[in-house]
Ligand binder design. Sequence first.
Ligand code: C2E
Ligand code: CA
Ligand code: CA
Length: 720
Amino acid sequence: MFLKIIGKSIDGHTGFLVNVLLNIQNKLAAKAVLLFSVSVVFAAVFLVVIGSASEQARARDQALHSAQMLALSTAVTASSATRIGDFEALNDLYLNLRQETGIVGVFIINNQGLVLSTDKGAVLSDHFSQDLALARSALSREVLQHETSDIRFGFAAPIFADTGLVGVLSLAFSPSAILPKFGTHFLGNLWKGLTLIGIIFPLSMLVFGYLFAPLKELIRVTNCAATGDLSARANVSSKDEFGVLAKTINHMLGQMKASIDRAQWLAYGDELTRLANKTAFSERLRQLVDTAKAPGALFLIDLDGFKRLNDAYGQEEGDALLRATARRLREVTGRFTTKLAQSGPVPLPMLARLSGDEFALLAPGCISTSLAQEIAGEIISAISSPLDAAGQPVTLSARIGIAMYPHDASDSKTLLNSVNFAIDVAKDGGGGTWQFFEPSMTHAAIRRITLQNEMRRALRNREFIVYYQPKINVREGTISGCEALVRWQKAPGKILSPGAFIDVAEETGLINEIGDYVLAEACAAAARWAKAGNPCAVAVNVSAVQFSRDNFAQIVNQILEKTGLPHELLELELTESVAMTNPERLLEQVTPLRDRGVRFAIDDFGTGHSSLAYLTRLPFDVFKIDQSFVREMTEDKHARVIVQTILAMAESLGYRTVAEGVETKEHFAFLQLHCCDYVQGYYFSRPVPEADFTALLIKDRQGQARQAQAQEPLDFARSA
Ligand code: C2E
Ligand code: CA
Ligand code: CA
């Protein structure tokens, strides 16, 4: 998932880059094409217009020249006719000339300045007076005169004979008739312009292609990156801006590839042990069990008491131990790889660290229980060879849960549940063991869940009740107190002992509610006894879960206040393990209550493995010797010695002692002999409901009163 997100983000970023580059390319191309087109078109238009204009000017000069030559040659032709005044010949000349294109006026004057013509229409021009003036000016100057404008070209050519100047020929032309039209030049030039564009455009595309090649290369590379191929590199050798950009993009892709490789490792690998992590393991498990259906075995490996070692030696040493364990697991797995593939080619096994001190081995091909057992045995022996932590030798041990698939489960989810059931049972069985999954484990789990739900309901229905078991003062033989013990009244006449539900209540945290309820009930009962004039201390059991709550002391104080029970009539029983787990916390919780008079007892004393010397320094008032020692006292000499030792030590250190599980006269006699302070057990009374205990208490107090009157020793044991 994590990788997918990174992949998506890289795709997103490179995709963005591709878009940017494409955008640049499109914009640059558009700009270049636009600029180029405009300049080509502009040049073409310029060429066409200028070309046409200059051609037009040249044509005009040529026309003027031809007109002038015609005027001069005609003047020579008309020389004799003018000299003799041959009107007929002149009229023919006029008529001939008027056939020529563009001539709009023609006449001759003699040297007297008179027009030589019989036919008025033939001599007249459209601007006669203007032409006559020009002719007369040529007559006086005796050289060719001309006058040009947009609408007329006028020429006056002197006519010479052997006698000298005899007259002047006037010729006038219409320029529009003799000059070619502007359009003819323009069209001709336009074709040239278009041909030019036609040649230049394809050529320029080739040039553009060359210029844009590096940009195209950059786009190709970023496109590759966007589709997930981060190994592509831009091949641009030019040293221009594109070269610089290509270098930057190549560097960026290199960095991205390195980061994604690292992210991949972080997403699928365990940094500490270099094994696969839980994500990788789950994916492979799903793939092999759900998809590939490759039969095999799943081993769940849990280190015993690793947390304690970690606390004792510090995290760094703890990490080193985990690394060493991973190394050993890898060696064992390596040794079995060929054995696993004996029945044919199988996928490779996978080793993973799932959490702090929990490892898993998925072994496809491990299809026989004997091979699974062999692997488990090797793992256990590899893990248990001594290691070194902070210079001290330490020995680890592990428990292993094993589930075979598809035998125990055909899908990965059920397989995981099965292997967890198996390891739970392995945990109950002590260190250095393995346990195969069995279907009955599922039933046990279902029973636990049902029990948990039933307990919730029982709490609401107030089905939990409290029984009281008297504690007898050995010296005086009277009831000195009692222990509150919870019972579950499931149905009328059906009462469950705590052994049937306390464990599950502790696991699920329901013990908090149950415990608080018992404490409140017990305090209320003791307050009633005190109020009735029969004060009797009550001892209440406190589980580790209850005690670990920050507000434990506060809750106790609140209950005491609410019920009005004096603090010194309450005793709280904690087990050795609670006392040992966190001594600082113990002091924090115990001291404020103890200062106000609440007493504390260590329950089941002697069953934990704590150092006696250490325990005696903790803030306790009472040692409750565990009933297992009392029970075994009669037969087992060791048990007798232990009880004797505890009693002697407690006496010398000033602790009071309670022996529980006193069932026989012999038990009582031994404890009495060795100065045990209080006894509790079936020999005196079983735990009983409040009403029955109240009756016992009243009887006891009455007996005390009688004894005081008769000055006789009282023996509760005898009356029980
Ligand atoms: P525990 O605190 O060691 O309680 C003494 C157990 O020994 C009681 O069992 C009691 O009935 C039993 N017992 C007393 N005298 C004799 C005897 O002479 N012979 C034999 N064989 N047994 C005797 P119970 O009531 O079944 O309680 C079992 C355990 O459940 C308790 O052991 C205690 O650890 C836990 N427990 C009971 N009530 C509570 C409670 O309210 N809160 C918590 N947290 N734990 C409780
Ligand atoms: Ca107890
Ligand atoms: Ca006990």
